[in-house]
Design a protein around this ligand. Structure first.
Ligand code: NAD
Ligand code: TYD
Length: 341
C-alpha cells in the first residue's frame, strides 16, 4: 500500500484524512480524486498542496466516470482506493435523492469494478452508523441488520452491500468503516455543529429540529482518521469496523456546550419543525476497533469545544461559503419557513 487514491478527498473528512496520512506515512503518495461538488473544495487542501508537493496529486473527476477512474489508476499506479466520495447530507437527500443513488450506489460500483480490474491491494469503503437505522437502546454492532431510514442512509447501505458482495463473489480485498457523526475543521456549514457554530458567531438563531432530544455520537474527525488508519493496516479483509467514541449525547446538550464555548447566550436556540423520519438515536459499539489497539483521543464534549474554537478562528474559510448564492439558496429553502413559524 503506497499509492493511495482518495476519492472525495477534497471534502470534510477526506481532506483531514489526506493531511493526516501524508504526515503519518512519509513514504506514501496520496492522490485525491474529486468531482468538487458544492461540498468539495480545493481550499481544504491548500496547505497540503504546499507542504507535500512531491507526494500529493489532485485529479478532478467523477467516480461514476469509468474511463477517467481507470485512466487515473493506470497513470498513477494506484494500489489502494479509499472511497470517501458521496453525497452526504440527510436534509438534501430528502429534497433530491437522485444524486445520492448515482454517487453513493452507482459510483461505488464503478470503483469496485476498477479495483477488480486492476487487482488492487485494497478497496476501503467509508460508511456511516446511519446504515443501522435508529437504535433506541443499546449500541449497534457490525453484524447487526441494516435498517436505513433516509435516502442518504439507504444509498450508503446499498454501497456497503455491494462492497461485501465483491468480497464474497470475487475475493476483492475490502474493508469497511462505519463512522458516527464527525465534527472538526473544514466541515461544510450545513451539518449541525459547523452550522450552529458559524450561526452563533454571527448571533444568528440555531434551528434545533423537534425537541432536540435526539442522540448522536459526535466524534472528532481526527479520531475517525486514526480509526481508518488502524483498519487499513491491521483490519481483517471482508470485515466491517464501527468508528466512534462509543458514547452519545442529545443535540440540545451539544448545542449548549457549543454556545458556552463561544460565549453566546442560549436565547439563540430556536426549536423548529422536525426533519421527516428523523432518526432518534445512533449509538455504536466500537469494541471491535478497540481490539485492534485503537482508541479515540477526544470525548464528545471536548470534540465540540475544539471544533467551535476552530470555526471562531477560521472565519476566512467559512465566510465565503456562507455568503455565496448557492449556500444562501439552500439555507432559505431549508430554514426560512421553519424559522418564521
Ligand atoms: P463531504 O460532503 O464534506 O465531502 C464529500 C466529497 O465527495 C466532496 O469533496 C465532493 O466533492 C466529493 N464527491 C461527491 N460526489 C462525487 C462524485 N460523484 N465523484 C467524486 N467526488 C465526489 O462529506 P464528508 O462528511 O467528508 O463525508 C465523507 C464520507 O464519510 C462519505 O462517504 C460519508 O458518507 C462518510 N461519513 C460521513 C460522516 C459525517 O459525519 N460527515 C460520518 C460517517 C461517515
Ligand atoms: P446532521 O449534522 O445533519 O447529521 P446526521 O443527520 O447525519 O446525524 O444532524 C445531526 C443532528 O442534528 C440530527 O439529529 C439532526 C440535528 N439537526 C438540527 O437539529 N438542526 C439542524 O439544522 C441540522 C442540520 C441538524
Amino acid at each position: 500500500m503506497r499509492h493511495i487514491m482518495v476519492t472525495g478527498g477534497a471534502g470534510f473528512i477526506g481532506s483531514n484524512f489526506v493531511r493526516y496520512m501524508l504526515h503519518a506515512y512519509p513514504e506514501y503518495v496520496l492522490l485525491v480524486y474529486d468531482k468538487l461538488t458544492y461540498a468539495g473544495r480545493l481550499e481544504n487542501l491548500e496547505d497540503v498542496a504546499k507542504s507535500y508537493a512531491d507526494r500529493y496529486v489532485f485529479v478532478k473527476g467523477d467516480i461514476c466516470d469509468k474511463d477517467l477512474v481507470e485512466e487515473t489508476i493506470r497513470t498513477h499506479q494506484i494500489d489502494t482506493i479509499i472511497n470517501f466520495a458521496a453525497e452526504t447530507h440527510v436534509d438534501r437527500s430528502l429534497m433530491a435523492p437522485g444524486s445520492f443513488i448515482q454517487t453513493d450506489v452507482y459510483g461505488t460500483y464503478v470503483l469496485l469494478e476498477a479495483a477488480r480490474e486492476f487487482d488492487l491491494e485494497r478497496y476501503h469503503q467509508i460508511s456511516t452508523d446511519e446504515v443501522y437505522g435508529q437504535v433506541l437502546e443499546g449500541h449497534s454492532r457490525e453484524d447487526d441488520p441494516l435498517a436505513p431510514r433516509s435516502p442518504y442512509a439507504a444509498s450508503k447501505a446499498s454501497g456497503d452491500l455491494m462492497v461485501l458482495a465483491y468480497h464474497e463473489s470475487w475475493g476483492l480485498p475490502v474493508t469497511i468503516t462505519r463512522g458516527s457523526n464527525n465534527i472538526g475543521p473544514y466541515q461544510y456549514p450545513e451539518k449541525v455543529v459547523a452550522l450552529f457554530a458559524t450561526n452563533a458567531i454571527d448571533d444568528a438563531p440555531l434551528p434545533v429540529y423537534g425537541d432536540g432530544q435526539q442522540m448522536r455520537d459526535y466524534q472528532h474527525v481526527l479520531d475517525h482518521c486514526t480509526g481508518i488508519d488502524a483498519v487499513l493496516h491491521k483490519g481483517g479483509l471482508g470485515e466491517i469496523y464501527n468508528v466512534g467514541t462509543g458514547s452519545e449525547m442529545t443535540n440540545i446538550a451539544m448545542t449548549k456546550i457549543l454556545l458556552a464555548t463561544l460565549g453566546k447566550p442560549e436565547s439563540l436556540i430556536r426549536y423548529v419543525e422536525d426533519r421527516p423520519g428523523h432518526d432518534r438515536r445512533y449509538a455504536l459499539d466500537v469494541s471491535k476497533l478497540r481490539a485492534l489497539g485503537w482508541d479515540n483521543a477526544y470525548a464528545c464534549d471536548v470534540a465540540i469545544e475544539k471544533t467551535a474554537r476552530w470555526y471562531a478562528q477560521n472565519e476566512a474559510w467559512w465566510r465565503p461559503i456562507k455568503s455565496g448564492e448557492l449556500y444562501q439558496t439552500y439555507y432559505a429553502k431549508q430554514y426560512a419557513q421553519r424559522l418564521e413559524a
